[in-house]
Design a protein around this ligand. Structure first.
Ligand SMILES: Nc1ncnc2c1ncn2[C@@H]1O[C@H](COP(=O)(O)OP(=O)(O)OP(=O)(O)O)[C@@H](O)[C@H]1O
Ligand SMILES: [Mg+2]
Length: 284
């Protein structure tokens, strides 16, 4: 059976299961250019794309607005953030590896990283690689409902090839590297030469790729400071009411200020948006 036939058969099975048509099915069929494969998660059908397995993401988290509600004002803010990155790239100031961080924990780094990566992948016809480099508290796989077997930590500890850890998704050209197995020494791992080499590999793998790296907060742990020396740009998340100006100053002082591309001012109450929490992006 040809690959296309296999893909169509799988799509028909899915359609039966889901009892109706679904745009995801179209994506499954469109992406059927390689050998049919059983994905690592054992979840929804995965059909290869450019010879690699594709993971159909099931995102239902309300904070992932770019997926759940792409027309919302918050999704629009992420499009502005995306445009800033794309414009920098067009002007030749290509900051390909961009790290998302904040002063403290829980300010919204991971949801910002995911929303930005999805927007870039949906609207920018280039490969986007989303990396979970928060080895202490990895969370992106949870937002994606995945239980990956390997990830960044396995590349760092065991020399696993980056390509073995990459999960290709059905959202544009979005790929994802999960954090991987639990480790006891994240600060040493992320500060080591091996991490520097991996970031370089991510940067070089595809010349047109954006790499969005979710990281731990700056103040409580050491590794984000070392990471900031390897990457090209930083997006700094500030959650209203959670941090003081002193926190922000200390955190920005600990990373490379010149690399800060912008600030996401998160969780502000904006009455003009029906009292919903709102992301606000400021140029820095
Ligand atoms: N604007 C917002 N409005 C409401 N809830 C939000 C907002 N931004 C983030 N959250 C919620 O706050 C929690 C923390 O968000 P997130 O995981 O993105 O933070 P983080 O900075 O990555 O945290 P950590 O440092 O623990 O990794 C999540 O439950 C998320 O859904
Ligand atoms: Mg996080």
């Amino acid at each position: 059976m040809s690959r296309i036939e296999k893909a169509l058969e799988k799509a028909a099975q899915l359609r039966k299961k889901e009892n109706g048509t679904d745009s995801k099915l179209d994506q499954v069929v469109r992406s059927a250019t390689g050998p049919d494969q059983q994905g690592e998660e054992g979840g929804p059908a995965k059909i290869s794309h450019e010879g690699r397995p594709v993971q159909t993401l099931q995102i239902d988290h309300p904070m992932i607005f770019t997926f759940s509600d792409p027309r919302s004002p918050i999704a629009e803010e992420f499009r502005k953030l995306k445009s800033t990155l794309v414009n920098l790239a067009r002007q030749g100031d290509l900051r390909k590896t961009v790290m998302i961080t904040s002063s403290l924990s829980g300010e919204g780094k991971s949801v910002t990283a995911i929303n930005l990566a999805i927007t870039l992948a949906q609207e920018y016809d280039h490969t986007v690689l989303l990396v979970d480099a928060d080895l202490r508290k990895p969370s992106i796989h949870k937002y994606f409902h995945l239980t990956p077997k390997v990830g960044l930590a396995d590349c760092l500890c065991d020399g696993l090839d980056l390509s073995e850890a990459i999960i290709r998704t059905n959202i544009g050209k979005l790929s994802f590297i999960p954090a991987g197995r639990e480790v006891e020494n994240p600060a040493e791992l992320l500060g080591a030469q091996r991490m520097k080499a991996l970031v370089q590999e991510m940067r070089n793998r595809y010349p047109d790729r954006f790499v969005i790296i979710d990281t731990p907060p700056v103040l409580p742990v050491a590794e984000t400071r070392s990471l900031s020396t390897y990457i090209d740009g930083v997006i700094f998340v500030i959650r209203e009411g959670m941090v003081s100006p002193q926190h922000i100053n200390d955190a920005l002082g600990a990373i490379h200020r010149k690399k800060v591309l912008g600030v996401v001012y998160n969780h502000i109450r904006n009455e003009s948006l029906s009292g919903r929490y709102h992301y606000y992006y400021h140029g820095y």
